[in-house]
Design a binder for this molecule. Structure first.
Ligand code: NAD
Length: 511
């Protein structure tokens, strides 16, 4: 077994088996950089799911009675444990998901950051008071734990998406049942084991549960399960439509973090070097497999040609290869299927009149070092829309490093094009003008329609302090900072009559 797995204790986990032993009832986790198996993972079935739910329900009854700051202390120790294995866990993210090591480590750092945030929050789960209209009455709000919650995560952030939910959910008094993507189960096992063991050592067994199973058998069961008052689901819009409908059908709560089709607008007065650097990171980082990746670029017509030239030369310097090699900037795409979708999108763009300015296909395996030749590597691609500015393929999210470039004359036109897609996650403008920035962030809502709107920074790379999420088909959920914690609790309005009279609101007399 890979020595990294041993260092993270995965060799002692009964779920993890040699890849050669995997058969019915198990899956194999594959290293996308080499196409080789890393290890096998035993799947949970419906019975195992039932047992998990029972443990989580029992744990919830105890966990909710632990004072929130004491729950924060558990989360503090979990965050510190992730600090201790930051490099190893980040490397496992890279090994299994294919993002470069710096980004793998950055992802675990996000979980550590949100753990710190949650520790502080554990003393600030505050409700407000409001004046009662009745004499000798007092009104206030309190926030209560919700219950066991289901966390469904996407493959591309196999550690942090759970971290965002679990660290906040835990201080709020909820217990977690995590169903990770079957593409990155080892990261999920390593991540969850650390939290599970610390909680257990501190007397809180069952707070962090993991269930790894097929969508049909376990995923659907979880989504339909009335014992889970909240389902937090991160993934494609297709998945969100299904999960959202099922949870709504049982009147449960859903926190949806779905696909994006994010755009960057570059005004003529922008700092162009900054805009180029930021656009390159936004479009090629994580091989274009972030929900916030930059997929569309709107350039003011006066700077478009020069800007494209700069982008093309920057793309020419991108080192593609082994994500665990410190010199690599772009690792593999997750699978051969994903590479095929990348190729289809490019073919469609060409049919629609798009011109390929950079990239345009898979990386020739012959040009890669021998161990990487069975991995799926694609060239980060820039496609310029035809003069008509019409490129229907750009209206969809293709989870790959393709950047579609459009031109515009008036800012309103660029904002309208940006807002014309179904998704509403992340958006950015580069400008030196207060007026343009103001119009982009117009408080009337006439500017960007996305959940995230940035001025002079790119679409990807959110900080945990703000609420993260998007509108329209992105699902409307908010996670991470600000008051996103409220999604993990239920609100109770409490009114106390401390007088001697029975009094009704609105002055109603009932005698
Ligand atoms: P996916 O939709 O294929 O899978 C996501 C998760 O949903 C997996 O765990 C999967 O097993 C589960 N799932 C799918 N169908 C289900 C069902 N019927 N019942 C229960 N669970 C089900 O997505 P993916 O390919 O893993 O991730 C890529 C997508 O996720 C992209 O669209 C990306 O934009 C999006 N994403 C969004 C965010 C965000 O915060 N908005 C973050 C990361 C990824």
């Amino acid at each position: 077994m890979h020595e990294l797995l041993t260092r993270l204790g995965l060799d002692r986990d009964p779920r993890v088996i040699p890849a050669s032993d995997a058969g019915d009832g198990s899956i194999v986790s594959v290293n996308p950089a080499t196409g080789l198996p890393i290890a096998g993972v035993r799947l949970d079935n419906a019975d195992a799911y039932e047992q998990t739910i029972t443990r989580s329900q029992e744990a919830f009854k105890r966990w909710r009675t632990v004072p929130a700051p004491k729950r924060g202390e558990v989360v503090r120790q979990i965050g510190n444990a992730y600090r201790d294995c930051l490099e190893d866990l980040g490397s496992l993210v890279s090994l299994e998901m294919g993002k470069i090591k710096a980004e793998g480590i950055g992802e675990v750092q996000e979980t550590i950051d949100i753990a710190d945030f949650a520790v502080g929050l554990s003393r600030q789960l505050t409700g407000i008071t409001m004046p009662s209209e009745r004499p000798l009455h007092a009104m206030r709000e309190q926030w209560l734990p919700l219950g066991p919650m289901g966390v469904i995560t996407a493959f591309n952030f196999p550690n942090a998406v759970w971290g965002w939910n679990a660290m906040l959910g835990a201080v709020c008094g909820d217990t977690m049942i995590w169903k990770p993507s079957l593409i990155a189960p080892l990261t999920a096992i390593a991540t969850n084991n650390i939290a599970r063991d610390i909680a257990k050592d501190l007397g809180h067994e069952g707070v962090f549960e993991l269930v790894i199973g097929l969508d049909d058998e376990v995923g659907e069961r979880m989504v339909a399960d009335r014992r889970l008052p909240l389902i937090s689901a991160t993934g494609s819009c297709r998945m969100g439509r299904r999960v959202g409908a099922v949870v709504a059908g049982r009147l449960g709560k859903c926190l949806l973090e779905l696909g994006g089709n994010n755009a960057v607008i570059v005004e003529a007065d922008a700092d162009l070097d900054m805009a180029v650097k930021s656009t390159v990171f936004g479009s090629v980082g994580t091989c274009g497999q972030r929900c916030t990746s930059s997929r569309r670029l709107f350039l003011h017509e006066s700077i478009a040609d020069g800007f494209c030239d700069k982008l093309v030369s920057a793309y020419g310097t991108i080192r593609i290869g082994d994500p665990l090699d410190d010199n690599t900037l772009v690792g593999p795409i997750i699978s051969d299927d994903a590479a095929a979708q990348f190729e289809s999108a490019i073919a469609l763009a060409k049919q629609q009149g798009g011109e390929v300015l950079a990239g345009g296909g898979r990386v020739d395996p012959a040009g890669l070092p021998e161990p990487l030749r069975k991995g799926s590597y694609v060239q980060p691609t820039i496609i310029r829309a035809p003069g008509s500015n019409k490129l229907p393929v750009a209206q969809e999210e293709t989870f790959a490093p393709i950047l579609y470039v459009f031109t515009y004359r008036e800012l309103e036109e660029a904002i309208a094009m940006q807002n014309s897609v179904d998704q509403g996650l992340s958006s950015a403008i580069f400008t030196g003008s207060v007026r343009s920035a103001g119009r982009f962030l117009d408080p009337s809502g006439a500017g960007s329609d996305c959940g995230l709107a940035y001025v002079n920074l790119g679409t990807s790379g959110a900080e945990i302090g703000g609420a993260f999420g998007g509108e329209k088909d992105t699902g409307g959920g908010r996670e991470s900072g600000s008051d996103a914690w409220k999604a993990y609790m239920r609100r109770q309005t409490c009114t106390t009559n401390f007088g001697d009279e029975f009094a009704l609101a609105q002055g109603i007399r009932f005698e």
